[in-house]
Design a protein around this ligand. Structure first.
Ligand code: N15
Length: 274
């Protein structure tokens, strides 16, 4: 599947997969090769309401330049009069979040494997100066082999996603984001700590019905490890070294990958069956 100019006529459209940033995502098949993809449809009218085409174009180009086994591929894009289409990698096992909901929590092996895959993806992206800033279970997908894929690099876009971030996912915000201070890729490392806790305990560490309480718990790093479910001392050590208020003192990505809990538990293939 390599071609200069694509059009919607090249694809058979299948079932609706979900609502992504800016648009709807459908299962699709490229007619010539039979290759199965996820096709995202974005209405230009909707884009105009929020931001310039140039900005979206830049974002597409960033995403298009990324090629890593733990980053969901953007294979191609094209447009017609009214719509922009993104030809994305199809992740057959769907959202990691769904798996976490059905299993309630992950084993240490499963948690460490996903965290290591996430760290590999972040190493790659940080190396290309792409900061994610919106890692959350909903943006993590699983391919047919059970490999983790980061689906959405919303780095350059602020206007629409900001509000959603502020009302939907308070749980994942780093202290420096809550305080509206300058921040860098250490924000992603904080989020790795939040996700790891959520994988092992089934709920994020600072959650509260009252968002203001969550903000306070984040700012105070009010981290508690319940006695049930039982989690190993090494896993708690790992989480404690990521959920550190001073961003310069958090484990670096390299230190994540060499921490004893990761080394001893992560499956090196990154592939896990359910
Ligand atoms: C502006 C631009 C550069 C953004 C580019 N990035 C994205 O559009 C990121 N994005 C990826 N937004 C949506 C998706 C997406 C890709 C959503 C869902 C899927 C996807 N690939 N595969 C799926 C998928 N597989 C599933 C299997 C079972 C149930 C649901 C599934 N969704």
């Amino acid at each position: 599947m390599a071609k200069e100019e694509w059009s919607i006529a090249d694809f058979e459209i299948g079932r609706f997969l979900g609502e992504g940033r800016y648009g709807r995502v459908y299962l699709a098949r490229e007619k010539q090769s039979g290759y199965v993809v996820a096709l995202k449809v974005i209405f230009k009218a909707k884009l105009e309401k929020y931001q310039s085409h140039a900005k979206i174009r830049r974002e597409i180009e960033i995403q298009h330049g990324l090629n890593h086994s733990n980053v969901l591929r953007l294979y191609a894009w094209f447009h017609d009069e009214t719509r922009v289409f993104l030809v994305l990698e199809y992740a057959a096992r769907g959202e990691l979040y769904e798996l976490l909901s059905s299993l309630h929590r992950f084993s240490e092996k499963r948690a460490a494997t996903y965290i290591a895959s996430l760290a590999e993806a972040l190493t790659y992206c940080h190396g290309k100066h792409v900061i994610h800033r919106d890692i959350k279970p909903e943006n993590l997908l699983l391919d047919i082999e059970g490999r983790l894929k980061i689906a959405d690099f919303g780095s350059a876009v602020k206007s629409i996603s900001k509000r959603q971030t502020m009302c939907g996912t308070t749980d994942y915000l780093a202290p420096e984001v809550v305080e509206n201070k300058e921040h860098d890729h250490a924000v992603d490392n904080w989020t790795v700590g939040i996700l790891c806790y959520e994988f092992l305990y089934g709920i994020p560490p600072f959650s509260d019905e009252d968002e203001q309480v969550t903000f306070q718990r984040i700012l105070n790093v009010d981290l508690k490890f319940p006695s049930k479910p039982e989690v190993s001392a090494k896993a708690k050590d790992f989480i404690s070294k990521l959920l550190v208020k001073d961003s310069s003192k958090r484990l670096s990505i390299e230190e994540i990958l060499t921490h004893p809990w990761i080394v001893q538990n992560a499956d090196p293939s990154g592939k896990l069956q359910v």
